[in-house]
Design a protein around this ligand. Structure first.
Ligand code: KG4
Ligand code: ZN
Length: 379
């Protein structure tokens, strides 16, 4: 009989619930996004996020059970994100998870959101029948995190869904997260929120001549003192800002896009029509630099620790340029690179249920005193 875990995730602006069997098979995964609530502020507003989680948590969990054709009584355990994230948001999912587990008399497992992102990669590998070999270098890139770490097995590695992992931090961002840089650049250029998906799509439409227009912008490799594996994205974002300030010709189109967004016209085709080749070129250069920073440090780390695999996860892992760049570079080095599907890249609860499974098997259970942690290191 399979072990069925209900996963609950509410660390930022997605209320999510999922049921996963044996840490590998997704029986259901429901995500209620709050993007439309936060959009007009250009970022997540914590108070609004908590309120939305409160509104969504009950119907989202109910839908996850319905999709899995299960009732609460069929569950074996509840896995819930307890950090890192917005405390007010985390508390909603955590409190609900505690109540469900306690009422059912089932185990409660606290999950680190970042470990969830790593497990999302495994879920996709299980689905596609690929084998992830350890040690692995994990790059977790989202709107809130940019973290490079090593994952090794803390015990038996087979099956991987049941294996406890040990993490060691290799590098992290010193300032903005990579997704945050995308979101801030999109805000500056009036491209809407979140910025990553739209910049990804628009950059793909730049012609060669558009690309050449932005080649002179100073997007030189970022130098970070101390740990060579640390990242910094605020300088790249500032380079975009200075470039835009120095180009008054870009202002009318920025204003036009602002008006379009106010009218709710935010699809990629509309915004593409309102972007000059110069803007598209700027987006290409910005994205090229961000991707190069992520890929080069990850590959260097993989070489240093003789990694067998590279695991890339978090919202930015959905980026097409990042995926193709990793695939190209990894193939040249005979390294295996793994991504979650696009749905599993961004926040979801299937990854939380999957991360809870090995902890359940090894008896790492949480009590009702488990608290929400805004800062919760993975390693
Ligand atoms: O993992 P996630 O859903 O939430 C956090 O934990 O932050 O990641 C959201 C972030 C946002 O900053 C968004 O702009 C970025 O991921 N993102 C992307 C893409 N899709 C989402 N960034 C670049 N390219 C994309 N295709
Ligand atoms: Zn996340």
């Amino acid at each position: 009989m399979a072990t069925r875990i209900l996963g609950i995730e509410s660390s930022c602006d997605e209320t999510a619930a999922a049921v996963v069997a044996d840490g590998r098979e997704i029986l259901s995964s429901v995500v209620a996004s709050q993007v439309s609530v936060h959009r007009k502020y250009g970022g997540v507003v914590p108070e609004l996020a908590s309120r939305e989680h409160l509104r969504s948590i009950v119907p989202v969990v109910r839908e996850a059970l319905e999709c899995a054709k299960l009732t609460l009584k069929d569950l074996d355990a509840v896995g819930v994100t307890y950090g890192p994230g917005l405390v007010g948001s985390l508390l909603v999912g955590l409190t609900y998870g505690k109540v469900v587990a306690n009422a059912l008399g089932k185990p409660l497992i606290g999950v680190n959101h970042l470990e969830g992102h790593v497990r999302a990669v495994f879920l996709e590998a299980f689905r596609s029948g690929r084998k992830v070999a350890l040690p692995a270098v994990c790059l977790i890139v989202s709107g809130g995190h940019t973290l490079l770490c090593e994952a090794t097995a803390a015990g038996p590695v087979e099956p991987l869904s049941a294996a406890l992992l040990r993490y060691r931090k290799i590098g992290q961002t010193r300032d903005d997260a990579a997704g945050e840089a995308y979101d801030k650049v999109a805000k500056l250029l009036a491209l809407g929120y979140p910025g990553g998906p739209i910049i990804d799509r628009l950059a793909a439409h730049a012609t060669d001549s558009a690309r050449r227009q932005a080649e002179h912008i100073d997007f030189s490799p970022t130098k970070v003192r101390g740990n060579p594996y640390d990242f910094s994205f605020s300088g790249i974002k500032t380079a975009v800002l200075y470039y835009v300030r120095a180009q008054p010709a870009l202002q009318p189109e920025i204003e036009e896009r602002r008006l379009a967004l106010c009218k709710g016209e935010r699809n990629a085709d509309t915004l593409l029509r309102l972007c000059s080749p110069q803007t598209l070129g700027l987006l290409v250069s910005f994205q090229k630099r961000v991707v190069a920073e992520l890929v080069s440090r990850t590959l260097q780390a993989a070489e240093e620790i003789a990694a067998q695999s590279i695991l890339v996860s978090g919202g930015v892992a959905a980026n097409n340029e990042l995926r193709s760049s990793f695939e190209r570079e990894a193939a040249q080095r005979s390294l295996q690179v793994f991504f979650p599907s696009r749905e599993l890249s961004t926040d979801n609860a299937a990854m939380i249920a999957a991360a809870a499974y090995p902890k359940l098997l090894s008896g790492q259970l949480a009590g009702l005193d488990l608290n929400a942690e805004a800062v919760l290191p993975l390693a």
